[in-house]
Each structure stands twice: as structure tokens, then as C-alpha cells.
Design a protein around this ligand. Structure first.
Ligand code: G1P
Length: 294
């Protein structure tokens, strides 16, 4: 089984749901406690063994390459002030063996189009991961992508991360139609992007974690605008399955925070705050007091 070395991060979206915070800053740079969403996503990929991170960027995204780059002025200033712990944090945003590649998606034509922009850096036949940073997943002991890399190695099957979503929310997700193979794995028969609730084949929603075959590019190249007038990754994967290249869905272990929504983002901040080594105790006390007064 070929090792998965590359992770693709589509980060060209406009992030309109978080305006005005996202007027000049990408939504992927919004912090959960003290770390931007995109760094959690990059760390998840690195923990899963990936060493080439491919960011598909767009307008107003310059702070993402800056974040993963060396910050000479900041580092020398921290060094001068003997702030060693902070210096380590600023320096170790990514381990040194990791390479970042930036590809600019000049038109926001949808998630499928963003993934297609990564084609020049993926070799023929090479499987690769896609991570959507606004789905923040706390996998506990094993991150979601680590679980998926392991299951991919066991099954050899292209994988889509899924979780059960409330029936009334199916129209906000890609939805799978499939047969359960075991506790966590499904064989997929079909996929539909954001179906109306009455046409949804299930309530198993796609979350922003994928392990894709190179073959998906062929279907992305042919894909026409789908839901929302955009080139959809879900449609290309559905075409791939129809073409006889099977994919599986994987129900990950852990908790997902939908940081594309304000409520999910606040929940993530509260829960990560409660686990933060510096903050946990004081923050718990604060929340207890607050809950008492609500
Ligand atoms: C994208 C995908 C959708 C998936 C969702 C998960 O939609 O197109 O299939 O369920 O991510 O977050 P978006 O939320 O970007 O509209």
C-alpha cells in the first residue's frame, strides 16, 4: 500500500458566515483558544504521517503562508527578551521535515475545483488526503486522519469521513447511501450533495476528511456545476463510484466541532479551553460561576 504523504487543504473560501471577522482574514486563521484552525488541521495531517501540505489559497489568504513560514523579526525579538517558551511555540508551528506548497485558486468555483487545483503536485496513482480546517475534530488518543490512514491501509479503499447528523440538518451536508460493513465502515453505493431532507438517502453526513484516489481528478475534470452552482467534490466521488471504483465511508471516533458555524466555533473554544493546560482550572471556575447566574 502506497504511503499517504500529501494532504490538501482547500482554504480559498470567502468565509462569509464569519463577517466581519473574515473581511480581511481567512476563516481558517480564526483561533480556537490560541491556535488557528488551519494549524490544528496541519498538525492532524503531520500526526498521520504526511509531510507535504498543499494549501489551495485565494484572495486575502496571505496570512496562511506567513503563519507557516519563519518569522525572523518575532523570533529575534523573543530571543532578545529571553522568552524561550514563546520562542519554541513560534518556531515549532510545523516540524522541519514538512514542506508546504501553495497553489492559488483564482476563482472560487467550489470545493471540487479547489481539490482539482492540487492535481499538478499529486503523482499518477498516488492516494492523498483532503482536510477541511473548519471541521475541527478531536479524535482523542488517535486523530481522525490517523484513524483513516490506518483503515485505508487495512482496506485499500478510498475513504470519506462521516458522522450521523440530525435528520433536519441533512441539507447542509454531503450524504451517503450505503451498507454497513462493520461498526465504523460503510460500503458506499451513492452520494448526494446537500439533498432536501425528503430526498436524503440516509442521515450519514460527510465531514471534512477524505482519502482520495488519483482517479478522482478525472471525474473532477468532467464535473459540471452542482449544488449551489459549484463544482462539488461529492459529485466527482459519486461519479467515481458509478465508474466502478469503490469508496468507503468511515465513522470516525471522536468529536467534531463545526467551526464553519458560530455556535460550533464557540463550543470548540469552550471545550478546548477546558482542556488547555494553562487555562483549564480558571476557566472551569469561571464557567461554573457563569452557569450559576444564568
Ligand atoms: C463541504 C462538502 C460537504 C460536507 C461538508 C462538511 O460542504 O461539500 O459534502 O458535508 O463540507 O463540512 P461546505 O460545508 O463547505 O458547504
Amino acid at each position: 500500500m502506497r504511503k499517504i504523504r500529501k494532504a490538501v487543504f482547500p482554504v480559498a473560501g470567502l468565509g462569509t458566515r464569519f463577517l466581519p471577522a473574515t473581511k480581511a482574514n481567512p476563516k481558517e486563521m480564526l483561533p480556537v483558544v490560541d491556535k488557528p484552525l488551519i494549524q490544528y488541521a496541519a498538525e492532524e495531517a503531520v500526526a498521520a504521517g504526511m509531510d507535504v501540505l498543499v494549501f489551495i489559497t485565494g484572495r486575502n489568504k496571505r496570512s496562511i503562508p506567513d503563519h507557516f513560514d519563519k518569522a525572523y523579526e518575532l523570533e529575534s525579538e523573543l530571543e532578545r527578551r529571553n522568552k524561550h517558551a514563546l520562542l519554541e511555540i513560534a518556531r515549532n508551528v510545523l516540524p522541519s521535515h514538512v514542506t508546504c506548497v501553495y497553489i492559488r485558486q483564482s476563482e472560487a468555483l467550489g470545493l471540487g475545483h479547489a481539490v482539482l487545483c492540487a492535481k499538478p503536485v499529486i503523482e499518477t496513482g498516488e492516494p492523498f488526503a483532503v482536510i477541511l480546517a473548519d471541521d475541527l475534530i478531536d479524535g482523542g488518543r488517535e486523530s481522525c486522519m490517523e484513524q483513516m490512514v490506518r483503515v485505508h491501509a487495512e482496506t485499500g479503499c478510498g475513504l470519506i469521513g462521516v458522522e450521523e447528523v440530525p435528520r433536519e440538518e441533512v441539507s447542509a451536508y454531503g450524504i451517503i447511501e450505503g451498507t454497513r460493513r462493520n461498526d465504523r465502515l460503510w460500503d458506499i453505493r451513492g452520494l448526494v450533495e446537500k439533498p432536501p431532507v425528503e430526498h436524503a438517502p440516509s442521515n450519514m453526513g460527510i465531514v471534512g476528511r477524505y482519502i482520495l484516489d488519483y482517479a478522482v481528478f478525472e471525474h473532477l475534470e468532467r464535473a459540471e456545476a452542482g449544488s449551489g452552482g459549484e463544482i462539488q467534490l461529492t459529485d466527482a466521488m459519486a461519479a467515481q463510484i458509478v465508474a466502478g471504483q469503490p469508496m468507503c465511508a468511515y465513522e470516525f471516533e471522536g468529536r467534531r466541532y463545526d467551526c464553519g458555524s458560530k455556535l460550533g466555533y464557540l463550543e470548540a473554544n469552550v471545550e478546548y479551553g477546558l482542556k488547555h493546560p494553562e487555562l483549564a482550572d480558571a476557566f472551569r471556575d469561571y464557567l461554573r460561576g457563569l452557569a450559576g447566574s444564568l
